[in-house]
Design a protein around this ligand. Structure first.
Ligand code: ADQ
Length: 734
């Protein structure tokens, strides 16, 4: 089994150094838990920053730390204070984080942050490359390392690269704001598999890829020059059993073993048995909607004064990114709001908000999860939000209500929660009331479904699903490579060619002999192509046919003077060398007046698109249109046409950025077969790049050498990845 390595900004351990004594403390976060099982099981290494600035460590200490870490299969990337400041606090948390969470007003565009981001990503990639061997697999995590996939792929193409983004991926309109948008997308596309928490993020990513890079996307595959990138959603889970078991144990502990917090909570319930507790837990981050939550809680107390003195909001905020200006301001805002709510609604024996600005041990978290009646989770944007899942897992008696922001990725999996818009304080206040008054039976009904789902798709399932997909994508890439014309296949073709007496060579034109141009009339043959064809024609054993969907005029003009045959309009017409045009198939064009107006409405609605009229077909081109709109309209057009042509002998062909309607039963397969009739060729070669060429690949005899240009699934025997490879193959035949 191939090794799987992990790369993330932080290693799954923290380091304590006291009097040169090094202690490693494993971290308990969700990512560390999920990934530990992966890299241990697959004999990999975990590459990341150990958490201490390298300026604080002398060389000896650094190498001692490295040694200690390697015992845990961890490889350290040492970062200086300046690098942490510019790459981590800087570009990661002052540029990408606000951008991806739709806080455009907070984005820092300083180029020096970007430069540091590139160089630190390169540092991670270099460390990974030292560890990686061809055939290994690597799984890279999160927004701090968006450029690493490409940096690895370009150096070691044989490594399978996975990338998972833990935060949202924003819509194109937001993403485009960034000056380095293309570079980020390119960086990510170095991966073979890209994972997001939800389908929405995946959709946004596709639209950015389409618009910024112009790559073709079919289903969840992105076709880039010589590879396929698979994109999928994998909603991250938690270690469900750990939370559930800990919650069970908490209640079974004898009083003297209970934590101070737990004893205080119990005392509190003893004094006020009808008190209700609402829990709020997050890192102190502006994406988490903490001020909105406090305002909504105040509104709730204002609108339902009967709850004053009876409900307490326990608000835990883990200090986070305290050096970044917006976080400092947020801290001040939250402090003031808490003071304000407590001042307005509190009394000597009632504090409405208990606010803890610190990280709490796991044991305390569990006590709070299992003791609070309601969890208030109201981020304004959140990639997933594990707190909501942890609350569900800790509810061993199956009661409790979650109020959940529809802007959190987790909302897609928690239909049974009370869903709110985090900017609508009135709605949140109303939901708090609904949650506090919800009958126990209803709470249980909702909780059972939630627990079932969150338990099934836990963090281990999440990571194993991702690994499974990595394995699949690895196979897919190798099947693509298997058909690729390599030196030995090329030698085989050359030998067959040399040993034959009468050869038929079918060549598609656009996308095969020449690249695509925005305007089809600009794609005329260049000098190099003319030379290659002249050379082939010189050999009397060769019969060369250009077989294309184009009309008669341009090809006839362009290849005037060549000793070749032309088959055009997908097989309607043929012009043998030195002969006149002849119809190969019975076609008619009486259908055109009813189809043309439909295409015209699509031209009107899709700027940049146009109609090309051939003798027996009509073609709608959208290469010049805005890519996403073009694809969208193409699907719409196909849909409309399919119903229209139901009772006519017509066909819809989908080519490269074109939709063509033509008389039925005519295609390159039929045309090439007809051409071969009654002739005894002992060598047949056919090259083509798109869908319409597949007819030819399927119909030609099994002995034919059929070659697809591009990577898509094909009936052809072989593949080459570009026009220039086609040209070099043809010039190599002798
Ligand atoms: P975060 O933004 O950190 O993660 P979240 O998913 O909620 O958000 O995870 C927070 C974690 O911190 C939870 O496991 C929670 O138990 C813990 N925690 C919170 N408050 C704590 C406290 N006071 N003391 C101790 N522990 C505390 C990012 C993305 C999320 C995404 C995760 C995972 O922003 O959207 O869900 O990664 O992909």
């Amino acid at each position: 089994m191939n090794r799987i390595h992990i790369v993330s900004n932080r290693l799954p351990v923290s380091i304590n150094v006291e009097n040169d004594h090094i202690e490693l403390v494993p971290s308990v976060g969700g990512l560390a838990t999920g990934m530990r099982s992966v890299y241990k099981e697959y004999n990999g290494k975990w590459i990341g920053w150990p958490g201490l600035p390298s300026d604080d460590l002398n060389e000896e200490l650094q190498s001692n730390i490295d040694e200690k870490l390697i015992e845990e299969d961890c490889v350290s990337v040492h970062l200086s204070k300046e690098e942490i400041d510019l790459y981590y606090d800087g570009f990661s948390n002052r540029t990408i984080w606000p951008l991806f969470h739709y806080f455009a007003q907070y984005i820092d565009y300083s180029p020096e942050l970007w430069d540091a981001f590139v160089s630190v990503n390169q540092k991670f990639a270099d460390k990974a490359l030292e560890t990686l061997e061809e055939g290994d697999t690597i799984w890279i995590h999160d927004y701090q390392l968006l450029l690493v996939p490409e940096m690895i792929k370009s150096q070691k193409p044989g490594v399978t690269v996975g990338f998972f983004l833990h935060i949202p991926f924003p819509s194109f309109e937001v993403f485009r704001i960034l000056p380095w948008r293309k570079e980020l997308i390119q960086g990510m596309l170095g991966a073979d598999l890209i994972g997001f928490h939800t389908f929405d993020y995946q959709r946004h990513f596709f639209s950015c890829v389409r618009r910024l890079m112009g790559y073709e996307i079919s289903f969840n595959e992105i076709h880039i020059e010589d590879r396929i990138v698979i994109v999928d959603s994998f909603p991250m889970g938690i270690d469900y059993d750990k939370f559930r078991d800990a919650a069970i144990q908490t209640f079974q502990k004898p009083l003297q073993e209970k934590s101070k917090l737990h004893r205080e909570l119990e005392k509190y319930f003893l004094v006020s048995p009808n008190r209700k507790l609402i829990l709020s837990i997050d890192r102190l981050d502006y994406s988490k909607g903490i001020p909105n939550r406090l305002q909504a809680f105040a509104k709730f107390l204002e609108e339902y004064p009967e709850f004053i003195g009876k409900v307490t909001l326990i608000m835990l905020a883990v200090p986070s990114r305290g050096t970044v200006e917006h976080y400092i301001n947020l801290k001040r805002e939250v402090d003031e709001l808490v003071g304000n709510v407590n001042g307005r609604f509190g009394s000597i024996n009632y504090t409405p908000v208990w606010y803890f600005y610190r990280s709490l041990p796991f044991e305390n978290l569990i006590e709070l999860y299992s003791s609070c009646d309601v969890a208030l989770v109201t981020p304004v944007r959140d990639g997933m939000n594990l707190v909501a899942k942890e609350y569900v897992a800790s509810r061993t008696n199956r009661t409790g209500v979650i109020i959940l922001s529809e802007m959190a990725g987790v909302s897609k999996e928690m239909g049974e929660a009370l869903m709110i818009n985090p900017n609508n304080t009135g709605e949140i206040a109303q939901s708090i009331y609904q949650a506090l008054t919800m009958p126990l039976e209803e709470q249980r009904e909702r909780m059972i479904y939630l627990q079932d789902r969150i338990k099934r798709y836990d963090v281990f399932k999440w990571s194993s699903e991702f690994v499974k997909s990595l394995r699949k994508v690895e196979k897919l890439q190798s099947s693509i490579y298997a058909k690729k014309v390599n030196t030995s296949i090329l030698e085989k073709i050359k030998t067959e060619y040399a040993n034959s007496q009468k050869r038929s060579i079918f060549l598609d034109y656009d996308g095969t002999l020449t690249g695509f141009k925005k305007n089809p009339n600009d794609a005329k043959p260049d000098e190099e192509l003319h030379k290659i064809l002249y050379q082939l024609e010189e050999d009397p054993k060769n019969v060369i046919t250009i077989i294309s969907g184009r009309d008669r005029e341009s090809l006839e003009n362009w290849f005037d003077g060549h000793k070749i045959n032309l088959i055009v309009e997908h097989g309607v017409w043929i012009k043998k060398y030195n002969k006149e045009w002849k119809m190969l198939a019975n076609a008619n064009d009486t259908w055109k007046p009813s189809i043309r107006p439909i295409l015209e409405t699509f031209v009107d609605r899709t700027p940049g698109s146009f109609i090309e009229e051939k003798n027996y077909s009509l073609v709608w081109h959208f290469r010049k249109s805005e890519p996403e709109q073009g694809e969208l309209r193409a699907n719409e057009l196909k849909d409309e046409l399919t119903t229209m042509i139901a009772n006519h002998n017509l066909e819809i062909l989908e080519g490269n950025k074109v939709i063509e309607v033509k008389s039925g039963g005519i295609n390159k397969g039929m045309a090439s077969l007809q051409f071969l009739q009654n002739q005894n060729f002992d060598f047949i070669l056919a090259l083509g790049d798109d869908w319409t060429d597949e007819y030819m690949f399927r119909e030609l005899p099994d002995t034919a050498i059929t070659i697809k240009v591009g990577l898509k699934h094909t009936a052809a025997r072989y593949k080459v990845d570009s026009v220039s490879k086609v040209r070099s193959l043809l010039s190599n035949l002798e």
